[in-house]
Design a protein around this ligand. Structure first.
Ligand SMILES: Nc1nc2c(ncn2[C@@H]2O[C@H](COP(=O)(O)OP(=O)(O)OP(=O)(O)O)[C@@H](O)[C@H]2O)c(=O)[nH]1
Length: 306
């Protein structure tokens, strides 16, 4: 991983800094955990599986160290070119991190999907491995104990930590544990930075998230968003021109809704989020475009930043 070191640090030589990546089946709570640790909304969360597409980094700053979080889309068997690229992204990310946090929800039994991912962790011997039992607020005590025992059977973990990102139970323990496994290092980022993802990418994620909200089951895999243009208005408003991409005309109809009602709602929601992110007023113009079979088309994938 490349990062710009903070110049001339006066910090003690016990400072630790490094990269961690959370892996696990879709929907186990990786994005929510990232947000909870970083304390700012940077990765999209959605109740639908496989919505995290980018390796978004969030940085948790602590007096004694920095946790740089690389949010991966999850390891899964590829079915499309997009799937393959996601897997390639996961491999290049995981080959480079200091710690891998393997996330398993406390309220679901360990399944073949979890075992598949656990087996893949063998490919990354350099990284320390921590098992994170997520969503403990949704599980009974006996379920948690049961699940911890099963996790322990999978491998020798460097640590096993049960948490809830929603109630924040044990989050401080988790960040202590993760930091303790990081190398001694000067800070790798400035204090004020919480993510190094480009602003337009973050805006595009917010638009994508708004467009997915309440959308039909098949939409998540077919939706992408880009920011195409921005213009400063004299009255201080920032004009943003963005596109939402779908694969089929029928999906375009779903996104736009009757008489454009749904798209208006998406625009409203996204604009509020973007204004909160940028701390200023925004005019948002959204266009919905059909990019046929973009998940299988290398040119289209490049255009959308994959
Ligand atoms: N009760 C409870 N729900 C949680 C917790 N963490 C996440 N969730 C919920 O679980 C769902 C999935 O969370 P995400 O953070 O999007 O999961 P993910 O693993 O990043 O999912 P993908 O992006 O599909 O890989 C969301 O509806 C979250 O609100 C938790 O600690 N407790």
């Amino acid at each position: 991983m490349t990062a710009t070191p903070t110049p001339a640090s006066e910090r003690a030589d016990t400072f630790r800094a490094g990269f961690v990546s959370f892996v696990g089946r879709p929907n186990v709570g990786k994005s929510t955990l990232t947000n909870a640790l970083v304390g700012e909304k940077i990765a999209i969360t959605s109740p639908k599986p496989q919505t995290t597409r980018r390796a978004i980094r969030g940085i948790a700053h602590r007096p004694d160290g920095q946790l740089i979080i690389v949010d991966t889309p999850g390891i899964h068997r590829p079915r499309t070119l997009l799937g393959e690229r996601l897997n390639a992204l996961v491999e290049s990310t995981l080959g480079d991190v200091d710690v891998i946090g393997f996330c398993v929800p406390a309220n679901e039994k360990l399944g073949p999907g979890d075992r598949f991912i656990n087996d893949r962790l063998e490919d990354f011997p350099r990284a320390k491995k921590v098992a994170i039992l997520t969503k403990v607020d949704e599980a009974s005590r006996s379920e948690i104990i049961d699940q911890l025992a099963r996790l322990g059977e999978l491998r020798e973990w460097d640590a096993v930590v049960p948490i809830s990102a929603v109630t924040r139970e044990q989050l401080d323990v988790l960040s202590d544990v993760l930091l303790g496994l990081m190398p001694l290092s000067p800070p790798l980022y400035e204090d004020a930075q919480t993510t190094d993802e480009g602003e337009d990418d973050r805006i595009a994620e917010l638009i994508r998230e708004a467009a997915l909200d309440g959308a039909r089951e098949e939409l998540p895999h077919s939706l992408a968003a880009t920011v195409d243009d921005r213009e400063e208005r004299e009255d201080g408003l920032l004009e943003l021109y963005a596109s939402i991409y779908v694969e089929r005309d029928s999906q375009k109809g779903i996104v736009i809704g009757k008489g454009g009602s749904r798209l208006r709602q998406v625009g409203e929601t996204a604009r509020h989020e973007i204004e909160a992110l940028l701390g200023r007023r925004v005019y948002l113009s959204l266009r919905v475009k059909v990019l046929k079979e973009w998940q299988r088309d290398p040119k289209a994938l490049g255009k959308l930043g994959f």
